[in-house]
Design a binder for this molecule. Structure first.
Ligand code: ADP
Ligand code: MG
Ligand code: MG
Length: 486
């Protein structure tokens, strides 16, 4: 593999041996998700999370560009979240069309009405990109950085996952490359410590809250499969800050056990909560009853530092991403023209679908060539977008209806195709044509006046078979991967 997986020559026997070693290495090092079996009756069963056998290639310039932009994205998104009129103008039509967004918006209004009790905001973000290929090439052929453009797919402001598992994948790939005799410089598989960076953020937010007896509260779902990834952060935190207690509770627990005192201090089982870290609550299905919504509201009304607060969650919606792409929108928040240009360069073409001539024009464009677009609702976690003929079907049904305002239209990115072996149930283990999505992790802590932390803390890749529309590892589309830098 001078520069590509295609160059690795392996006998089938050796390949099978390496696969076996990689599988066992993954089990030993906690690259795991829980099996979807019946945890209550069978006990917990972990299986290896899907992964690629080798890393996928990323030009150094592209990785650097993505990393360099992260601090600016952190600050931009923080400022967006604190700008009430920007949020309101951007989301006013979405909340009419989408009940889930309306519920989030109503919580935000309630929190504003009684007065925001915690001035500090805390984000553990992941900004996702694809490398759009400017020329048509055969899978596995090399392209240079100038034939690729880094394009933002989305900015995740809630429950950004895989900081934990991805640290281990970098080490796994070091091993598999060495086993096939691939020579590489250590910086080609760069050190990658996002879980460490996230744990530092959690500890910093906890310190900022200022009560040595208070706890960090994870909000998790009762049927979560990605528990090990969450635990990696928690265990990292114990290693560096063993005096901090971490609780894991559901929204329902908070509804039942959480107490807000007259100063809006939140306690759970008598323990004061300093930081709330949401690994649940990003999509409508996470709130199956009013009690769960009430649990969320209780958190938002408290003095605890929330990761994320309701404003941060709203800021991370696809609608805000689309509104930020309008001329002048980024400029509202950032005055440095060269920074604005660096961020804007990564934006794909994005279109509002609000009723009116602008939205009508976008609908016409999508109907004329649906294969060039992705239609996105305000959802997270993979599996919600519409592509190709589903776009046509959607607009045939909802051409002029309010419903279209709950969605945005996005230019479809056609990423650089490479070759790799994916290790995943239901996918044949063979050299396959694949495409990757690069995520950059970032931490931000700040108030309207003060910045406490703003850093970029690592990367991850998710890789899928070419032609698979959706992404998402737990959702079942992609595998975990890391960049091999050339
Ligand atoms: P979610 O919040 O559900 O992860 P995304 O916007 O990340 O939503 O979309 C899910 C997946 O769909 C992505 O991981 C990516 O694989 C694919 N995707 C999203 N937007 C585009 C796009 N503009 N072009 C090509 N693929 C896309
Ligand atoms: Mg997302
Ligand atoms: Mg995504």
């Amino acid at each position: 593999m001078a520069t590509s997986i295609k160059d690795i020559e392996l006998s089938n026997k050796r390949l099978t041996e390496i696969l076996d070693i990689a599988n066992d290495w993954s089990l030993c090092h906690g690259i795991s998700i829980l099996d979807s079996g019946d945890a209550e009756n069978d006990g917990k069963k972990a299986i290896t999370a899907p992964f690629s056998l080798f890393p996928s290639v990323v030009p150094a310039q592209i990785l650097r560009q993505a990393q360099k932009s992260m601090k600016h994205f952190n600050l931009l998104m923080h400022k967006v979240a604190l700008d009430h009129s920007f949020l309101e103008n951007s989301l006013k039509n979405v909340i009419q069309a989408d009940d889930f967004m309306k519920r989030l918006w109503d919580i935000y209004l309630q929190v504003r009405e009684v007065g925001i009790k915690q001035p500090f905001y805390f984000g553990l973000f992941r900004n996702d990109f694809m490398m759009n290929c400017l020329k048509s090439i055969t899978a596995g052929d090399l392209v240079t950085a100038d034939q690729l453009e880094l394009k933002q797919i989305e900015f995740n402001a809630i429950s950004s996952s895989f900081a934990g598992l991805t640290e281990q994948i970098s080490e796994l790939h070091r091993l598999t490359l060495i086993m096939v005799g691939k020579k590489f410089e250590s910086q080609q598989l760069p050190e990658n410590k996002p879980a460490t960076g996230f744990a530092e953020g959690l500890a910093k937010a906890w310190e900022l809250y200022g009560n040595a007896n208070a706890v960090i509260l994870y909000i998790v779902s009762g049927n979560e499969r990605n528990v090990i990834d969450q635990r990696w952060l928690e265990f990292q935190l114990y290693e560096t800050h063993p005096h901090i207690t971490v609780l894991r509770k559901t929204f329902l627990d908070i509804n039942n056990l959480g107490v807000l005192d007259s100063n809006s201090v939140l306690t759970v089982n008598g323990m004061e909560v300093a930081v709330v870290y949401l690994r649940d609550g990003y999509t409508a299905e996470n709130y199956s009853s009013e009690e769960e919504w009430n649990g969320r509201l209780k958190l938002e009304l408290s003095t605890a530092i929330k990761c994320p607060s309701i404003q941060y969650q709203l800021m991370g919606s696809k609608k805000i991403q689309q509104e930020l792409a309008r001329p002048g929108a980024v400029e509202r928040f950032i005055s440095d023209a060269s920074v604005v240009q660096d961020l804007r360069r990564t934006f794909a073409d994005l279109y509002s679908l609000d009723l009116g001539p602008e939205g009508d024009e976008a609908v016409e464009k999508a109907l004329a060539s649906p294969e060039k677009f992705v239609l996105k609702p305000q959802r997270e976690g993979g599996g919600h977008n519409l592509y190709s003929e589903d776009i046509t079907k959607f607009f045939t049904l909802h051409r002029n209806s309010k419903q279209r305002e709950g969605y945005i239209l996005m230019q479809r990115i056609f990423p650089w195709q490479q070759k790799n072996y994916l290790v995943k149930r239901g996918v044949p283990f063979q050299l396959s044509d694949v495409v990757s999505e690069l995520g950059i992790y970032g931490v931000y802590i700040g108030s309207a006046e003060q910045e406490i932390a703003n850093y970029q803390c690592g990367h991850m890749m998710r890789t899928k078979i070419t032609g698979t529309d959706e992404g998402g590892v737990v959702a079942g589309f992609a595998v975990l991967d890391t960049p091999f830098v050339i």
